[in-house]
Design a protein around this ligand. Sequence first.
Ligand code: ADP
Length: 391
Amino acid sequence: MCPFADTQRKPQQMLPDQDDALQLQRTILATVPDALIVIDEQGTILLFSETAARMFGYADDEAIGQNVRILMPNPDRERHDDYMRHYMETGEAHIIGVGRVTNARRRDGSTFPIELAIGEAVTEHGRLFTGFIRDLTEAQRAERRLNDLQTELSHISRVSAMGSLASALAHELNQPLTAITSYAEGARSLLGDDGTPAADNIEMVREALAEASVQALRAGQIVRRLREFISRGESDKRVERLRRLVTEASALALTGTGTNSLDFNLRLDPRADLVLVDRIQIQQVLLNLIRNAVEAMQRSGRQILDIRSRRAERDMVEVIVADSGPGLAAEIAAVLFQPFNTSKEKGMGLGLSISRTIVEAHGGRIWAEPSEFGGTAFHFTLPLAEEPGDV
Ligand code: ADP
């Protein structure tokens, strides 16, 4: 045999045939930490990487050939065909080329937060869409832990600040209130038993009443200072997309809540999307409302979380977070937004009062009504932004 025969064959062997190429592709794909899914124009899954199989719980041959909808929770599950059709007809993309944080659905129906990036390729067989998916469960769990810790810390500092404020307040209010009482008492005795003061006492009665009203105004100022203190705080208002605030906050709020049977509907009015808000503060409000809703539904047979928005008067948007829980307890309903009212064993009763402070600092309103699903619906309004600005 020619001694060079082997070396001559080698370059040829290194060129993989089609099967080898596929195998190579698979091996490479298996090393990518993100899941890769390729779909065609109809949304049919053509390729489902090993990471995708692990992430979603479908074997690749189960997933391939199915519509990509199966990997989405509602509302995207029902609407994906419409999204695709809309894109094919108009070329208007909401997601292609921009990554976003959203929720995905495993085979067992549980949802988990993901970061999704979609690309598009035009081939001789039509358009193909590639989706790279990163599971954010771990990242969000860590973030949530941090967030819980921060929330707890800010609760504690607020509580101790409120505690010391309350005792200072009691002390300060005591003075004008005592003064008001003694001026009122003095005026009463100056009036005499039959209510007709001696002529030379009238001037003193007038003075006592004037002093009492000065002290009452002082008490009012002290209370106003308290309100200012509570609503103070850094706020960084920018033009933001409501859809982004809501999807991120709900992904975060629903992480790790074990809500497999939750029916989550999101219906946001695209014509009322740009808002002028402090993102972190408004996400705090949404997080509070969503967690309260999920907690309220823990023992409910049907768990519906419905978030929607609509234009309201005076250039505002109204956001509604509705649930199918048991509704508000009667004793809570009357004092809902006041601090330290809670029906939960470990509740602080501060979430809603802080939410109200935040919403009002944005020029909005917050209130609760019975929801159409038999539970509670929290409504709040936010200012719409006129200019798209730097979003
Ligand atoms: P916390 O959650 O610490 O109790 P909040 O101020 O957020 O504090 O809520 C106050 C109370 O309002 C809760 O303890 C609960 O009784 C009631 N509540 C809030 N949201 C809901 C809801 N979606 N359904 C029923 N009750 C609710």
